[in-house]
Design a protein around this ligand. Structure first.
Ligand code: BGC
Length: 727
C-alpha cells in the first residue's frame, strides 16, 4: 500500500461518524474573522472545507485549529472562486477562449493559482466547462464557448495551470470541473432553469470536456444546480454513479454546488432535507457546499441502513486523498513571503499578453485600423467603458482590485503622448443609461477630432451568475449614441467590452471598425491601445457564434442538417415579398423569414491586419483504417502588408451516421505568426478515434464511411478534401 493509502486507511479507522460527516461538509467562512461557531466546529472535526475566506491570517488560524486542536488534526480545504484571476484579473474565460491559446491560458491560471495560494487558498471552483449555445445565459462569460473540442483543449490547459504537475510546484491548487452537467442548456438562457438534453446530445456535446478533465486528473467535480431530464444533477444517481464513477472511473471527489442539495426539495424531487441528503449522498455527492443536510441527516440515514458506511468511507477517503496530494498533511500553513507579490509586473505583463490575443477584430472597413499616429492630430475617446477600471474586469472578480486596472483612456493617452489631442467625453453614465444629455458634447468632441474611439458594451453586472438577459443588444441609449456620432462624418472605431456575444447588426452601417474585447480585465487598456495603433495585430477568433437576432438562438456552427436545409436560393426576405404570398411560396426550408439564416459572425471568425489565403488541401491517404491516423495538409499565406498571427482550423464532417451528425466539427487548430508574403505548410493529424461518437446504443464508435475535411481561418471555410474510413 502506498503511504497515502496507509494514512487514509489509518485515519478512517480512527474517525468517528461525526468526523467522517465533518469531512463531507463545507462551511462558509466569516469573511475576515474566525467566528466562535466555526472554530468550535473545526475543533470537533465537523468541517472538511471552508469556502469564501481570503484573509491569510484567518486561514492560517483556522488551519491551526484544525491541525492542532481537532482530535485527528486533519487540515482544511480552503475553496474560492478564482475564475479568471485573483488580484490580477485576466480576460473573462470566454475572452480567453478567443485566443485559442492553451499555453497562455495555462500561464494565466498558474499566476491566478500562485496569487490565490499566497493567501492560503488551496482549491478553486474552475474551470467552468459548460458548453453553451445561448448568449442570453449570463454564465456564458464564464466558459469557453459553444464547442466541445475547443473547450476541452483550453480547460485542460487551465487545469494544468492551477494544479501544475500533480501539485508539484509553488502555488499549485486543486481545480474543479463544473457544473456537471448540462447547465449551459438552461431553458431560454435563464440561469438555474430546467435542461432537457437527449442522452446522445449529452454524451456527444456536453460531457466531453468533463470526461477529458477527468482523464487528465482534475481534482474535483461540482454537481450542477440544474434539473437534468427530470432529475436535478445534485441528486442524479445515473449521472454521478453510473457515468462518472462506473463508466469513467473517476477517482476525484464531487462537491455539490452552493446549497444545491437542500435545493433538491425546492425542485420538488424530495420532501425534506433528510431525503435531499439521502438522494445526494446515494448519488455520489461527496461534499456538501454550505447547506447542512449532511450534518443533520447522514447519521440517521446510516442508522436506518439506507446509506452504508462504505459509501461514507469512500467519500471521505476521496476528500482525504486530495488533502494528501496537496501536501496539507505535511504543512497546512501559508507563508506569504514564500510567494511573489500580488499583481506584480510579470503578472500584469501576462494579463496584457492574453488580452492582445483575446480581442477579436470583427469589422475593419477600408482598413481604417490600425490607426497611424503620423496622420492624426486629435482623437475623440467616448463611452462609459472608456475609463472605468472596475467595469472592464467583468464577472466573478471577488478579489480583483480595480486600482490596478489600466483603462483605454489611460492607455491611449500614454500611447499618443502630448502631440495628439485627446477629446474625452463619457457620453453615458453607464451602459444602461438612457439619458441623451451628454450626446451634444460627445458629438462636439468627435467633430473636433480626426477619429472617434467609442468604448461601449455591457457593465460587469450584466453577465455572470443569475445575470441573464432577454435582449442582448447594446443596453441603454448606446445605439442612439453611435448613430449620433456617426453623423459627424469621422471614422467610428467601436470597441466593445461585454460578457457575451451581443446582437450588433443594426449598428454596423454606422461604424467603421469593431474590436470585440469581452471583459478584458486589469490590463485591458494597454492591450487595446496596442491593437488600435498597430503595435500588435488582432488575432482572436470567435469561440461562439454571434446571432443577428435573438430569435435565431440557439445558433451554432455544428448544427445538423435538417431535411430541408436553408440555402441562398431558398432565402426569402420578408420585406421582398412583392404581393400576396401563397402558403407554399415562403421558402420551404429551415430558416426564419425575417432574417438571413446565417449568423452575424460565425464561430472561428476574426479579422487581422494580415490577410490570409488558404490553398492546396490534401490528405496523405484516401482511405484510413480504423485504429490508424491520417494527415491533412494545406498552405496558408499572409498576402497582406502586415505581420500577424493566424489561427488555422481543421473541421470534419461524417457524412452518414447511425445517428445524424453535425455539418461541421472542429478537430484541430494551430497558431502561426506569418510575415507579409510568408507561406506556411499546415499539417494536422487525426486518428480515427477522434472521429468517434456515441451512437443509438450509446456506444462510442468510429463508423466506416466518407468524411469531408476542411482547413481554413473560420468555420465557414470552403477549402475541402475528403477521405474514407474503412474497417
Ligand atoms: C456557483 C458556483 C460557485 C459556487 C461557490 C455557486 O452559486 O454556481 O459556480 O463555484 O457558487 O461560490
Amino acid at each position: 500500500m502506498s503511504d497515502k493509502k496507509v494514512r487514509i486507511s489509518e485515519l478512517l479507522q480512527q474517525m468517528t461518524l461525526t468526523e467522517k460527516i465533518g469531512q463531507m461538509s463545507q462551511l462558509s467562512g466569516n469573511y475576515g474573522k474566525v467566528s466562535e461557531e466555526l472554530a468550535a466546529k473545526i475543533r470537533r472535526g465537523q468541517v472538511g472545507s471552508v469556502i469564501n475566506e481570503v484573509s491569510l491570517d484567518v486561514i492560517n488560524e483556522i488551519q491551526r485549529i484544525a491541525v492542532t486542536e481537532s482530535r485527528l488534526g486533519i487540515p482544511l480545504l480552503i475553496g474560492r472562486d478564482v475564475i479568471h484571476g485573483f488580484k490580477t484579473i485576466f480576460p473573462i474565460p470566454l475572452g480567453q477562449a478567443a485566443s485559442w491559446n492553451p499555453t497562455l491560458i495555462q500561464h494565466a491560471a498558474h499566476i491566478s493559482a500562485v496569487e490565490a495560494a499566497s493567501c492560503g487558498i488551496n482549491w478553486t471552483f474552475s474551470p467552468m466547462v459548460d458548453i453553451s449555445r445561448d448568449p442570453r445565459w449570463g454564465r456564458v462569460a464564464e466558459g469557453f464557448g459553444e464547442d466541445p473540442y475547443l473547450c476541452s483543449e483550453l480547460a485542460i490547459a487551465m487545469m494544468q495551470g492551477y494544479q501544475q504537475d500533480n501539485f508539484n510546484g509553488l502555488g499549485a491548487i486543486a481545480s474543479c470541473a463544473k457544473h456537471f452537467v448540462g447547465y449551459g442548456a438552461s431553458e431560454s438562457g435563464r440561469d438555474y432553469c430546467t435542461t432537457n438534453i437527449p442522452e446522445s446530445e449529452l454524451r456527444n456535446t456536453y460531457m466531453p470536456p468533463f470526461k477529458k478533465l477527468a482523464d487528465a486528473g482534475i481534482a474535483s467535480f461540482m454537481s450542477s444546480f440544474s434539473d437534468l431530464n427530470g432529475i436535478p444533477a445534485s441528486g442524479n444517481e445515473w449521472l454521478l454513479k453510473d457515468i462518472l464513477r462506473k463508466e469513467w472511473g473517476y477517482q476525484g471527489f464531487v462537491v455539490s454546488d452552493w446549497e444545491s442539495i437542500a435545493q433538491l426539495q425546492i425542485h420538488g424531487l424530495t420532501e425534506n432535507d433528510k431525503e435531499s441528503a439521502y438522494e445526494a449522498a446515494n448519488a455520489g455527492v461527496d461534499m456538501e457546499m454550505v447547506s447542512n443536510t449532511y450534518e443533520k441527516h447522514l447519521r440517521e440515514l446510516i442508522t436506518e441502513n439506507r446509506l452504508s458506511i462504505q459509501q461514507i468511507d469512500s467519500a471521505v477517503s476521496r476528500i482525504l486523498s486530495l488533502k494528501h496530494d496537496l501536501g496539507l498533511f505535511d504543512s497546512a500553513y501559508t507563508k506569504q513571503s514564500d510567494y511573489p507579490a500580488l499583481a506584480n509586473g510579470h503578472h500584469l505583463k501576462l494579463a496584457k499578453d492574453i488580452v492582445l490575443e483575446s480581442c477579436v477584430l470583427l469589422e475593419n472597413k477600408r482598413q481604417v485600423l490600425p490607426l497611424s499616429l503620423d496622420s492624426l492630430n486629435s482623437v475623440a475617446v467616448i463611452g462609459p467603458l472608456a475609463d472605468d477600471g472596475y467595469e472592464q474586469l467583468g464577472t466573478w472578480i471577488f478579489d480583483g482590485d480595480p486600482d490596478y486596472s489600466v483603462t483605454c483612456l489611460d492607455a491611449i493617452k500614454n500611447e499618443v503622448g502630448d502631440s495628439i489631442k485627446i477629446n474625452y467625453v463619457k457620453g453615458l453614465q453607464n451602459t444602461r443609461d438612457c439619458s441623451q444629455d451628454e450626446f451634444h458634447s460627445a458629438k462636439e468632441a468627435v467633430l473636433s477630432s480626426d477619429v472617434a474611439i467609442v468604448v461601449l458594451g455591457e457593465e460587469s453586472i450584466l453577465s455572470g451568475e443569475a445575470h441573464c438577459r432577454a435582449d442582448i443588444g447594446l443596453p441603454g441609449a448606446q445605439e442612439a449614441l453611435i448613430k449620433t456620432l456617426s453623423s459627424c462624418g469621422r471614422p467610428i472605431i467601436l470597441v466593445v467590452m461585454a460578457g457575451r456575444p451581443l446582437t450588433l447588426e443594426s449598428i454596423l452601417p454606422d461604424i467603421d471598425a469593431l474590436l470585440y474585447c469581452w471583459h478584458p480585465g486589469t490590463m485591458g487598456g494597454p492591450a487595446i491601445a496596442d491593437l488600435l495603433f498597430g503595435k500588435h495585430s488582432p488575432s482572436g477568433k470567435l469561440p461562439i457564434t454571434f446571432p443577428r437576432k435573438i430569435g435565431q438562438i440557439p445558433i451554432y456552427y455544428s448544427q445538423k442538417h435538417s431535411g430541408k436545409p436553408a440555402t441562398e436560393d431558398s432565402f426569402i426576405h420578408m420585406n421582398d415579398i412583392p404581393q400576396r404570398a401563397e402558403q407554399t411560396s415562403l421558402g420551404m426550408s429551415a430558416t426564419h423569414l425575417d432574417t438571413h439564416f446565417s449568423p452575424l459572425y460565425p464561430f472561428g471568425y476574426g479579422l487581422s491586419y494580415g490577410e490570409f489565403e488558404y490553398r492546396d488541401i490534401t490528405t496523405n491517404k484516401q482511405q484510413v483504417r480504423i485504429g490508424e491516423g491520417i494527415e491533412i495538409t494545406a498552405t496558408v499565406t499572409n498576402t497582406g502588408q502586415l505581420a500577424a498571427v493566424e489561427i488555422s482550423q481543421l473541421y470534419i464532417r461524417d457524412l452518414v451516421g447511425n445517428i445524424t451528425r453535425p455539418i461541421k466539427e472542429l478537430k484541430g487548430f494551430q497558431r502561426n505568426f506569418l510575415q507579409p508574403g510568408e507561406t506556411r505548410k499546415l499539417c494536422f493529424s487525426i486518428h480515427t478515434k477522434d472521429l468517434a461518437f456515441y451512437n443509438r446504443k450509446m456506444k462510442l464508435t468510429t463508423e466506416p464511411g466518407l468524411f469531408h475535411v476542411w482547413i481554413g481561418g473560420c468555420s465557414t471555410t470552403k477549402l475541402q478534401a475528403e477521405f474514407e474510413v474503412v474497417k
